[in-house]
Design a protein around this ligand. Structure first.
Ligand code: COA
Length: 166
């Protein structure tokens, strides 16, 4: 088997919103790839707070200095997108809070759909494993302090969003 000459990774998620947990995974993953695409994808069980355009804008602002990282979104299957853009690896973060079974199932299904796509897991950083986007939104809504858990750009957008909703 030949070694791949160009390694393009895809880090897909809902990113509603991006948290420092996601950012930790991106920061650790991007040096290992020739190109890393952070992909906003739909999760069937989620009703996002931020529109795709808002999430894309936040990601682009936060990731503007990451030279080989780009941001995109897709409506269908992540593996189909990966095949279309000739990406070979899916990147996922793994938290010690029950992620394994679901991640195992998704990685296996994605590999079943397209054999040439592998999933690479990163253990979530020790200061981020308790974070999730839903928890961030819930805590913020009730006045809790989340400033060390999300990028500044995201905190600003959260304030705007909740102020405009009254
Ligand atoms: N640190 C902290 N929190 C993290 C984290 C990290 N490193 N990584 C993920 N999380 C949190 C997220 O904030 C998210 O929180 P939430 O559930 O409160 O929103 C939660 O963990 C799950 O995030 P993630 O693992 O990225 O999954 P997701 O639900 O956001 O995204 C998709 C899942 C979009 C990747 C998946 O549904 C998908 O691939 N959809 C496209 C359609 C498709 O291809 N389906 C077939 C799949 S086999």
């Amino acid at each position: 088997m030949k070694k791949k000459s160009f390694v393009h990774g895809i880090y897909a998620g809902t990113f509603d919103p991006l948290t420092n947990g996601h950012l930790d995974i991106i920061s650790r993953a991007f040096p290992l790839f020739d190109k890393l695409t952070v992909l906003i994808a739909e999760s069937p069980t989620k009703k996002p707070l931020f529109s795709i355009a808002q999430r894309k804008e936040m990601l682009e602002l936060v990731l503007k200095d990451f030279s080989n990282v780009c941001v995109d979104f897709c409506e269908g299957l992540v593996v189909d997108y990966a095949l279309k853009v000739k990406a070979n690896v899916l990147v996922r973060g793994l938290r010690p809070t029950g992620d394994f079974e679901n991640e195992f199932q998704m990685a296996t299904m994605n590999n079943y759909l397209h054999k040439e796509i592998e999933t690479l897991f990163f253990m979530t950083g020790h200061s981020h494993y308790f974070i999730s986007s839903s928890l961030i939104k819930e805590v913020f809504k009730h006045g809790g302090d989340i400033k060390d858990l999300v990028p500044e750009v995201v905190l600003k957008q959260m304030k705007n969003m909740f102020q405009s909703r009254g």
